[in-house]
Design a protein around this ligand. Structure first.
Ligand code: AOF
Ligand code: ZN
Length: 335
């Protein structure tokens, strides 16, 4: 299974929209007769690639797979059937498939007389596809809220200027984080005021260059000249103010698993109030404004006991001196 996990994590494999999956086929003597991993949406699943490598030697073999074999015909055919037809005798999986459209392969295999096991190194498989897993379990994408702030909690000065609060190193880091997500989300107001492009740039050498879907939410019409509407990446305008509805649509209709929320204070507050922020990434700049636009809008909190508490996951210093930003990664606290 460790070998299957390494195969699944082969560098260059896109993180979205399909999960990273690895498969190793072992002969009854324990010899590796085939290996495979998934290369991205529309290509053969890991099991099919391993079966092709093994050929006739798949008969009587044990398939070790990081994810439960699929049981559906989507972009490709069901792996449960491919394993049965190849005469595999035993299937060991790490993670059960959380995708309601594809799950059930293990039960089908067991019913057909194949010996099955699940759970071996399941956490490691989940760690390969955390947002993909989260989205299928919750029926909505995982939400990372990112913002840059001065030391006194401002994201723009009183006159609206905001270039730049975060340092160059922090802005480059943001592009790397954008590239890990499959969706960029802002409100119509940010599009009006900041005219962001919302593409991944300067990260091509680190990440497979798949541009995230750009999503603008809000009922207001968009000016067609806005940069978010150019042809550098696809864009969707969701005419709703309801965060839960927007996320449900992104999952069900656009197959989205990880939203990078880069909206302004109002949109951020709406997601926070709805309990729909799963991770907070902030770049704190050594800079004071004293007044200006607050990083987050009204949360309806009047007393300290009701503060929205976060749990620190990581603190990293990027750059030095006046250009030093502290990147804080946080998760919602338990109370
Ligand atoms: C993969 N690769 O190796 C395995 C997957 O996009 P489709 O139609 O090919 O199917 C994707 C689903 O198949 C995926 O969400 C997961 O539930 C299941 N298994 N997917 O992309 C693989 N084994
Ligand atoms: Zn499959």
């Amino acid at each position: 299974m460790r070998r299957a996990l390494v195969l699944a994590a082969t560098p260059g494999v896109p993180l979205h929209p399909n999960p990273r999956v690895g498969c190793v086929l072992l002969s009854p003597e324990g010899e590796v007769v085939g290996e495979g991993f998934h290369h991205g949406a529309g290509t053969p699943h890991a099991e099919v690639e391993a079966l092709a490598a093994a050929g006739e030697r798949a008969r009587g073999a044990t398939a070790v797979v990081t994810l439960e074999p699929c049981n559906h015909t989507g972009r490709t055919g069901p792996c449960s059937q491919a394993l049965l037809q190849a005469g595999v005798a035993r299937v060991v999986v790490a993670q059960r498939d959380p995708n309601p459209e594809a799950q059930g392969g293990l039960d089908v295999l067991a019913a057909a007389g194949v010996e099955t096991d699940a759970g071996l190194l399941a956490d490691e498989s989940l760690a390969l596809n955390p947002a993909w897993t989260f989205a299928h379990v919750h029926g909505r994408p995982f939400v990372t809220w990112k913002f840059a702030t001065t030391l006194d909690g401002r994201s723009a000065a009183s006159d609206g200027t905001s270039r730049w609060v975060s340092s160059r190193a922090a802005r480059l880091d943001t592009h790397l984080l954008r590239g890990l997500c499959d969706t960029m989300l802002v409100g119509t107001n940010t599009v009006e005021v900041d005219d962001p492009h919302l593409t991944v740039r300067d990260a091509d050498d680190v990440l497979a260059p798949v541009q995230p879907l750009r999503v603008v939410m809000g009922e207001r019409d968009l000016d067609p000249a806005r940069r978010v509407l150019d042809d550098a990446a696809p864009t969707v305008h969701l005419r709703t103010q309801d965060p839960a509805k927007a996320l449900a649509t992104l999952y069900a209709e656009h197959d989205r698993h990880h939203v990078f929320l880069e909206g302004g204070p109002t949109l951020a507050a709406a997601y926070l109030k709805a309990g729909l922020v799963d991770e907070v990434v902030t770049y704190v700049a050594p800079m004071l404004l004293g007044a200006g636009r607050s990083s987050v809008g009204k949360l309806g909190i009047r007393t300290i006991d009701k503060a929205l508490r976060l749990e620190l996951v990581d603190a990293t210093v990027l750059g030095a001196g006046e250009e030093a930003n502290v990147r804080l990664v946080m998760r919602p606290g338990s109370r």
